[in-house]
Design a protein around this ligand. Structure first.
Ligand code: ADP
Ligand code: MG
Ligand code: MG
Length: 675
């Protein structure tokens, strides 16, 4: 994760005088750096495929005697211990004091065979951490702790009460004690988001209306000492929350890819953005919020509202004051607003506010318009955590900040969008990267590796064959809004290109089993039309996710068959890698068809079938214990549940050379097939 260096964070009222200065300095840094990076000779390491995952997880402890499970607020201690053991670059802090994020020690490299090291790498991380946990403690990849917001759910106990909770979030549900405290960033963000907004954040998610759910539903457990803010903002028929921790305390799987150049990064950003809602629906694992079943399946809308720092004018709730940016349609945590590539600008059909003076400045400085548009739209947001040391004294002199990117990153890294365009860090061997950010984290390394492998393979097809998945931005917005809905994976309909084509718009079916890909492509490209014409030809249909992933009898190829064709055309893939990829495809394919449940459906069903459930949407402590214990036993392999996962073949290997050797040895005996 990007961590702005620590220092003395300024309170919001002190920050105000520096907001414009930081944004201006951020743009100066960006311009300086963009010119430098696009003119200087780059290290070859910056131009090859490197990629990595980030897995966020929670620390829990089971009390089997009393049938309770609680969050363990010990991430600082655990991180220190992992650091002492030499794993400081694998495990890192996150917003919650009960959270730990882990990444591979080094990014993966570009061979297809490297995909087969991912699952093993993830398993190793989980095992390493398990070694330092106390009995009955687990590190789980679990998106949102179901009872977050309810009393008695942390070790040590923490309480939201009037005296102790006045500082940061002012939540009536969650104590600020759950926020990571050994770094000032998170508390400062929580406090300044609230202050900038002018009131506490208000998260409202439609309640799942079951047979006995009291209607109209009104969030019941708002304490008497609430100053009126919660009662005012809790919407009817919604489950309500009022703290950043509800969202930033949830866990994602994120994947970052390096591109050859800024242009290639733009292309990947745009194309992969199309998949963010589709794969999010397939990863859905969040049907419970603040102790209630909700009518959504993903964590996304919870987080988006949990860090929404827009003031009433920006939210369009009061009349516009002069001089403001105007109404800002979405939270700074949201799906992307615009495609970046120059040739995709014609797909940007929504109104997106931009910081016009800064955009003009970038244009005057020679930044390409498409890039300037993207950056200027990020820079409508204010910096939320400003450290005094960075805006005063020598650090505030241009010659001292111009060759850094800290002010730029202050804004870029707090635009939490479904994709992120990442600048090469100064003085590093790291190039342009894009990050895929919409997924709910999955329970097992197998599933997380399946999503990661699918996305990295798709990115290769996009680049190698110029695959074009673009649809107008307004349609992508619609898809994203639909993707979190309950059972979107089976019931939802999503705009998607009606056939899989290349960017030149011509070659519709480029990877049939009989076609020799290369030649056909060359021929098609020879007759390529202009990109404008190609984009005009973009036709899309509404499809279900099963069709998008698995194809249809009426002729839509489907992403999984396409990727299988792609792999079949490659020779240098070892057998075990093929086995793993085949089971990854199988998982995603079966989720898309409904043969396997999503974790959200599995959890919802578990609650609804629980003897303690009264069909009133309430999730109790005992249900949560039973649910999470079953989940844990599935993750640790003590239990099989074929509604959610099939029996695993476990062909992932810890490194590529081993994978290849083992593949040679086992070539004869392996029982993998291609379903
Ligand atoms: P974030 O800013 O999203 O919190 P980081 O930049 O710290 O994340 O790392 C995210 C992921 O990027 C990690 O999985 C890491 O392995 C991976 N990564 C590191 N270097 C590169 C690189 N050169 N290219 C692609 N991915 C990389
Ligand atoms: Mg990340
Ligand atoms: Mg993170």
């Amino acid at each position: 994760m990007v961590l702005i260096a620590a220092g003395s964070p300024l309170d919001w009222h002190e920050s105000k005088q520096y907001l414009d200065w930081v944004k201006r300095a951020g743009i100066e840094q960006f311009v300086h750096f963009y010119k430098k990076i696009t003119t200087e000779k780059k290290s070859k390491w910056m131009e090859i495929l490197r990629w990595g995952d980030e897995l966020e997880g929670i620390l829990v402890e089971f009390d089997h005697e009393n049938k309770r499970v609680k969050l363990v607020l010990e991430s600082s201690e655990k991180l220190k211990e992992m650091n002492d053991r030499g794993y400081g670059n694998i495990f890192t802090l996150e917003f919650g004091k009960f959270m730990i994020e882990c990444v591979p020690q080094k990014p993966y490299k570009g061979l297809i065979n490297h995909i087969n090291t991912v699952e093993s790498n993830m398993r190793e991380r989980r095992t390493l951490l398990a070694e330092i946990l106390k009995p009955n403690q687990y590190y789980l990849w679990y998106p949102t702790f179901p009872l977050l917001g309810c009393p008695n759910i942390t070790i040590p106990d923490s309480r939201a009460d009037f005296e102790s909770n006045q500082e940061n979030s002012m939540s009536v549900f969650i104590s600020d004690d759950v926020i990571y405290s050994s770094h000032p960033r998170f508390r400062t963000l929580a406090k300044n988001i609230r202050k900038r907004r002018g009131s506490k954040v208000a998260i409202n998610i439609p309640v799942f209306k079951d047979k006995n759910t009291p209607l109209p539903f009104k969030q019941p457990n708002i304490p008497e000492w609430d100053d009126g803010d919660s009662k005012e903002h809790a919407l009817v028929d919604h489950v309500y929350g009022d703290a950043m921790a509800f969202g930033m305390g949830s866990c994602a799987l994120q994947i970052t890819f390096q591109a050859q150049s800024a242009e290639e990064a733009c292309k990947l950003y745009d194309q992969l953005a199309i998949l963010t809602p589709i794969l999010m629906a397939l990863s859905a694992s969040t049907p419970i919020f603040n102790g209630y079943l909700i009518d959504e399946d993903c964590r996304w809308n919870i987080i988006a509202q949990s860090v929404d720092d827009r003031n009433p004018e920006e939210r369009g709730e009061t009349s516009q004051k002069q001089g403001d940016i105007g109404v800002i349609p979405k939270s700074r945590y949201s799906s992307i607003d615009m495609y970046i590539s120059e040739k995709h600008q014609c797909f940007n059909d929504t109104n997106v506010p931009t910081n016009e003076p800064l955009r003009q400045h970038m244009l005057q400085q020679g930044i390409p318009e498409n890039i300037a548009n993207h950056v200027a739209h990020l820079f409508i947001r204010d910096p939320l955590a400003i450290y005094k040391e960075m805006v005063t004294g020598k650090a505030a002199e241009p010659e001292n900040y111009i060759s850094h990117t800290n002010h730029f990153e202050n804004i870029n890294s707090t635009n939490w969008q479904s994709m992120r365009f990442k600048l090469p860090p100064p003085d590093s061997n790291i190039g342009w990267r894009v990050e895929f950010r919409s997924l709910d984290v999955q329970a097992t390394e197998f599933e997380n590796a399946a999503f990661a492998g699918f996305i990295v393979l798709l990115s290769r097809v996009i680049l190698t064959y110029d695959l074009n998945l673009l649809i107008p931005m307004s349609k992508l917005e619609e898809n994203f809004a639909n993707a979190s809905k309950r059972n979107a994976v089976l019931d939802g309909k999503f705009w998607f290109v009606s056939s899989l084509k290349c960017e030149d718009g011509k070659c519709c079916y480029f990877m049939g089993p009989d076609s020799s890909m290369g030649n056909e492509l060359e021929q098609e490209k020879a007759g390529a039309q202009s990109s404008e014409e190609a984009s005009k030809k973009c036709c899309c249909d509404k499809m279900d996710i099963n069709t998008i992933m698995n194809g249809s009898e009426s002729g839509f190829k489907g992403l999984i068959p396409m990727l299988k064709d792609y792999l079949n055309g490659m020779e240098d893939i070892d057998y075990l890698t093929r086995c793993s990829l085949s089971s990854y495809f199988s998982l995603l394919s079966k989720r898309a068809s409904g043969e396997l449940l999503t974790w959200a459906s599995w959890m919802r069903k578990f609650v609804q079938d629980h003897p303690e459930y009264k069909q009133d949407s309430v999730v109790t402590e005992k249900m949560t214990y039973d649910l999470m214990w079953r989940y844990t036993r599935i993750v640790t392999g003590q239990l099989e549940d074929d509604s959610i996962l099939f029996k695993l073949k476990n062909s992932s290997q810890s490194d590529v050379s081993k994978a290849q050797t083992v593949a040679q040895d086992r070539l004869e005996g392996c029982e993998c097939n291609d379903d």
